[in-house]
Design a protein around this ligand. Structure first.
Ligand code: PEP
Ligand code: MG
Length: 568
């Protein structure tokens, strides 16, 4: 990594604020440090215009691989935990023999080395995308690797994130896992990216580091290193050259607010006493044990498929029961766990369940639909959940993902109740939201998966960073479907929760509660912020927030309208 000290530039700021999608709350003030991940097009064109012997080209490839993988491995050695894992994995990808064979084949066929590299990376990226899930996420690593190797081959400096000498606001097009691995929260005050969405890698890393983050900021890459900016991760505003005293006051105010959050201990209720269940999303026994130490009333989403991503064969009922019991026992008898049956397929492939070769897996046989052709899979999982319930003396709630019709809900609920468990379904498909009142005649509860509900309502792939403005749960059409579902729950007197990313947004949480949502389940890191926000507002304010959000014409207007209601 290059060392770079941002130096103020006289003409850097235009004064006009930039704005984007706020993803991690907080306020930061400091000089911009731009991370450029592009390579000089002239250097690339120059290399491509020169002819090279085939063996020379391959030797250049091997040398670039050795240098790039060596650098990544060195950085891995200087960091720990998941950062080290990411760097080691990218170094491994660089040395992948399959990639080398593909490059060599293309060079042999007469391609210039850079053309061969690009073609081979495209080929692997397509393969990874088709495999979906975790493999699809590796496409970002692959593209990042292509840039690093290209820079090395053409003799340009390695693209990536410079190490700031002074605490800075890091600005980039988007950040790859290898860029962010090892970022130092002491030196990086905030992240601002031109692309990316609420679920992008940049957003995830910012949440982990606990630093403010705004993504999809149009014009971010026009900022110059050294320009002073004030980043507001709640409003999405990036103010250029703000008044220094005012900026310092806003940073302090945000710090005080954060300190107050740390003091929140639950249980969640509005300022006038309406109870809302704040719950944690968990993936296995270890994450459940950790979440159970927090101020939560249980888990509103146990994603069972995450226990099996690395399994080739279906575990026996007894083995599954042990895994589920570890989660159930973490929360004990006084709290409750909502177990979601396998949501295999699409972005979460499970070898023993997911169908191969679907044209469009997100609209294919995923979630509950897998049981249509393989009923035993669901039956054995329900048997295992029932066994775990017996072993732990708890009564889990059980829900199915990707439910589209009332008949599916009825059939599923029957199977769950036959085993003495409480039955519900997820609302992820617009059909389930529109007919929520009829679904509630069949089940005991509903849980809205806003990630998929947004994807299917807006017809926008939740993994597509170019469509981040559409895959936003603040979209009015998504909020309207949530409101219909919540109202059906109120009428039926049955719980309706939210367990997608939307539940982790403190601002949106107020509007959701105002619509009648009875529980919010989220990543455990978000629990205190949401609980503390709810404690500050009355139910009347929540209802006004819901009304304002529903009346807004787009996500930005909805956020502004709710902030306005809360500030009154
Ligand atoms: C959702 O779709 O909102 C959800 C909670 O399920 P997942 O993110 O696991 O698909
Ligand atoms: Mg989902």
């Amino acid at each position: 990594m290059t060392q770079l000290t941002p130096t103020p530039t006289a003409d850097s700021g235009t004064g006009a604020p930039l704005t984007g999608t706020p993803v991690v709350p907080g306020v930061a003030f400091g000089p911009v440090l731009v991370a450029r991940t592009d390579i000089s097009p002239d250097a690339v064109a120059g290399y491509e215009a020169t002819s090279h012997q085939k063996d020379e080209a391959l030797a250049a490839y091997d040398a670039a691989v050795a240098t790039v993988s060596g650098r990544l491995a060195d950085r891995a050695g200087n960091t720990q935990g998941s950062a080290a894992e990411v760097l080691t994995a990218t170094a491994g990808l660089a040395r992948d023999p399959g990639l080398r064979a593909a490059v060599a084949g293309r060079v042999d066929g007469g391609d210039n080395l850079l053309v061969a590299l690009r073609g081979s990376v495209d080929q692997f990226a397509e393969l990874f995308t088709q495999m979906g899930g975790l493999m699809a996420e590796r496409v970002t690593d692959l593209r990042d690797l292509e840039k690093r190797l290209t820079a090395e081959i053409v003799g340009e400096p390695e693209p990536g994130v410079p190490t700031p000498d002074v605490p800075s606001v890091l600005v980039a097009e988007d950040l790859a896992p290898a860029d962010t691995a090892g970022l130092d929260a002491e030196l990086v005050l905030a992240l601002v990216t031109e692309r990316g969405g609420p679920t992008s890698h940049t957003a995830i890393i910012a949440r982990q580091l606990g630093i403010p983050c705004v993504v999809a900021v149009h014009g971010a890459m026009t900022l110059s290193s050294g320009t002073s900016v004030l980043v507001d991760g709640t409003t999405g505003d990036v103010e250029i050259d703000p008044d220094t005293d005012e900026a310092a006051r806003r940073v302090q105010e945000a710090r005080d607010k954060r300190a107050a959050l740390e003091a929140w201990t639950g249980p969640a209720r509005t300022s006038d006493g309406t109870r809302v269940k704040v719950l944690a999303n968990v993936a296995d026994g270890a994450s459940a044990a950790k979440a159970a130490q927090g101020p939560v009333e249980g888990s509103g989403l146990f994603r069972t498929e995450l226990c099996f991503l690395n399994r080739k064969d279906e575990p026996s009922v007894e083995e599954q029961a042990d895994l589920y019991a570890a989660v159930l026992s973490s929360f004990g008898e006084d709290r409750y766990v909502v177990v979601r049956t396998l949501d295999a397929g699409s972005d979460k492939p499970v070898a023993f369940a997911t169908l191969e070769g679907e044209e469009n897996p997100a609209l294919g046989v995923r979630g509950l639909r897998l049981s249509f052709g393989n009923p035993g899979l669901l039956e054995r999982q329900l048997d295992a959940i029932a066994l775990a319930a017996k072993q732990t003396g708890t009564t889990p709630w059980v829900m199915a993902p990707m439910v589209a019709t009332v008949d599916e809900a009825r059939e599923f609920a029957g199977q769950v109740r036959d085993r003495g468990l409480k039955a519900g379904v997820m609302v992820e498909v617009p059909s389930a939201a529109l007919l929520a009142h009829r679904f509630l005649e069949e089940v005991d509860f509903l849980s809205i998966g806003t990630n998929d509900l947004t994807q299917y309502t807006m017809a926008a792939d939740r993994m597509a960073s170019d469509l981040a403005h559409l895959t936003d749960p603040w979209q009015p059409a998504v909020l309207a479907l949530v409101a219909i579902t919540a109202e059906a729950g109120t009428q039926a007197g049955k719980p309706v929760g939210v367990c997608g990313e939307a539940a982790a947004d403190p601002l949106l949480a107020t509007a959701l509660v105002g619509m009648g949502i009875t529980s919010l389940s989220m990543a455990v890191a978000a629990v205190r912020a949401v609980g503390a926000q709810l404690a500050e507002v009355s139910m009347d304010t929540c209802e006004a927030a819901a009304e304002a959000a529903l009346a807004a014409r787009d996500p930005a207007a909805a956020r502004a309208a709710v902030r306005d209601v809360l500030s009154r």
